[in-house]
Design a binder for this molecule. Structure first.
Ligand code: CMC
Length: 435
């Protein structure tokens, strides 16, 4: 019997099956042959929320949640945050290797070339209500780009795919900045291609009447580091949305809009906004023990804590804490950091959080830092979406070029009625619509 196999005995029939084990997995389709008879569909796995199911083979991002490790294409996140720029990391994630100096120069130039939005896209954004949430504007505008670039439907053409990738990475900051300016009622600022990716983003956000925007280099670098930390995170909820929607061969703008919509939820990228609301609600360090008690009694969650994969400190949270100190030297200390530090200190000593392996995640400190930089909480998830577009697009490409992938279509376990006779309307009893 080969060693890398699994033998299962079906006690319903007494029959034994031997399945190959590859990369620590068995293929769910191999279970289909386990049947009680010719009428039996075959065994399936039931795994709501994908707790133990690999949906793809990937070579982009590696996470070891128990050891707090995150690597892009084999490079530890700490090393990339120290030595690279966001666009360099985006190149690495997308193409598999760090660029040479010449490749990086071309890549930066090409992405920069695509930062402008079509004037009709600007008009589309102007149509939103004055108080539109920036994330809603971003999701809708990214979807609307599908109309501006009909060539994006040509998803089997590698050159077309690459063009859309450059367009999207170039335009994400422009859309994000316009959604902010719209929200505060300022005129939109056009990109300045003399500036770096993050400096240009700051220019589009904060330029007022000065002829040339000059970004604070410490803030620009801190933002760049945050972009590196958020660039990809393997098969999370939004990436899964990107792959699932992209698997129907929809274009990358619509797939990216779907991924961004998934990101906006409070259990995912929306958590950083919720952390700030939570810190506001707590109000002061003295109120932290009472707040923790409330959480332990089952009233809500400690936002910015816990992770499906990290059961140890999130390595991104460590880097953010370090970068936050550099930012505070410029902006002054955000008083919320005191509440956050106290919350972390008490939670990490408390058996409720320790036994459940709940540690601060990337969203716990990022919001505090964003606020110190001058962002409103409504912008936080937008700031997450800009760099994550690189990860979504890399995963989309990997999915499209993987011969094993097909349209994503899970199975279900049927728990409803068998066929039943139609009930005439006068014989029906009312049922509650809110059950
Ligand atoms: N506060 C209090 N209790 C928690 C928390 C929390 N933040 N997170 C998990 N738990 C408890 C949960 O109630 C459960 O307890 P019990 O076993 O008694 O029922 C246990 O810990 C296991 O939690 P789970 O819900 O099974 O874990 P999950 O892997 O399904 O959820 C999570 C992961 C991130 C959705 C969850 O930890 C959470 O809701 N955290 C708060 C929201 C947050 O910060 N999200 C950002 C995630 S990181 C960035 C990103 O992915 O976008």
């Amino acid at each position: 019997m080969p060693q890398d196999t699994l033998t299962i005995t079906d006690n319903r029939t007494g029959q034994a099956y031997t399945l190959p084990i590859e990369n620590g997995t068995v293929r769910a389709m191999d279970l289909r042959k386990i049947r009680t008879g010719p009428e039996d569909f075959g065994l399936m796995t039931y795994d709501p929320a994908f707790m133990n199911t690999a949906s793809c083979r990937s070579a982009i991002t590696f996470i070891d949640g128990d050891r707090g490790i995150l690597r892009y294409r084999g490079y530890p996140i700490e090393v990339l945050a120290e030595h690279s720029t966001f666009l360099e990391v985006a190149y690495l994630i997308l193409f598999g290797e760090l660029p040479t100096a010449a490749q990086l120069k071309d890549w930066v130039q090409e992405v920069t070339h695509h930062t402008m939005l079509h004037e009709t896209t600007k008009k589309f954004m102007e149509g939103f209500r004055y108080n539109a949430h920036p994330m809603v504007m971003l999701v809708s505008t990214v979807a609307a780009l599908s109309n501006v670039y009909p060539d994006s439907k040509n998803i089997q053409d590698p050159a077309s795919r690459l063009l859309q990738i450059k367009r999207l990475i170039g335009k994400m900051p422009s859309i994000a900045a316009m959604s902010y300016r719209h929200n505060v009622g300022f005129p939109y600022v056009y990109p300045d291609n003399d500036l770096t990716y993050t400096e240009n983003f700051m220019n589009m956000l904060w330029k007022m009447v000065e002829p040339k925007y000059v970004a604070n280099p410490v803030i620009a670098r801190a933002l760049d580091i945050l972009f590196i930390l958020h660039a990809d995170h393997e098969q999370n909820c939004s990436t899964n949305a990107m792959r699932a929607v992209g698997s129907s061969h929809t274009d990358p703008y619509l797939a990216t809009a779907a991924a961004a919509a998934a990101l906006s939820g409070p259990l995912h990228g929306g958590a950083n906004e919720e952390v700030l609301r939570m810190l506001d609600e707590i109000g002061s360090k003295d109120n932290v023990p009472a707040y923790i008690k409330k959480i332990k009694e089952g009233h809500g969650k400690l936002m910015g804590f816990g992770h499906r994969v990290y059961k140890n400190y999130d390595p991104r949270a460590k880097i953010i804490k370090w970068a936050a100190d550099r930012v505070f030297e410029i902006t002054g200390r955000n008083i919320k950091i005191e509440i956050a530090l106290e919350l972390e200190r008490i939670a990490l000593e408390d058996d409720y959080f320790v036994s459940r392996k709940l540690y601060p995640n990337v969203d716990f400190y990022s919001g505090i830092m964003y606020q110190a930089m001058g962002f409103k909480p409504e912008m936080f998830t937008v700031l997450f979406a800009i760099p994550r577009a690189a990860g979504w697009l890399a995963q989309w490409q990997e999915m499209l070029t993987d011969p094993e992938q097909k349209i994503a279509r899970p199975r279900q376990v049927w728990i409803g009625h068998e066929t039943r006779p139609f009930v005439p309307i006068e014989q029906r009893s009312p049922v509650s619509a809110t059950r």
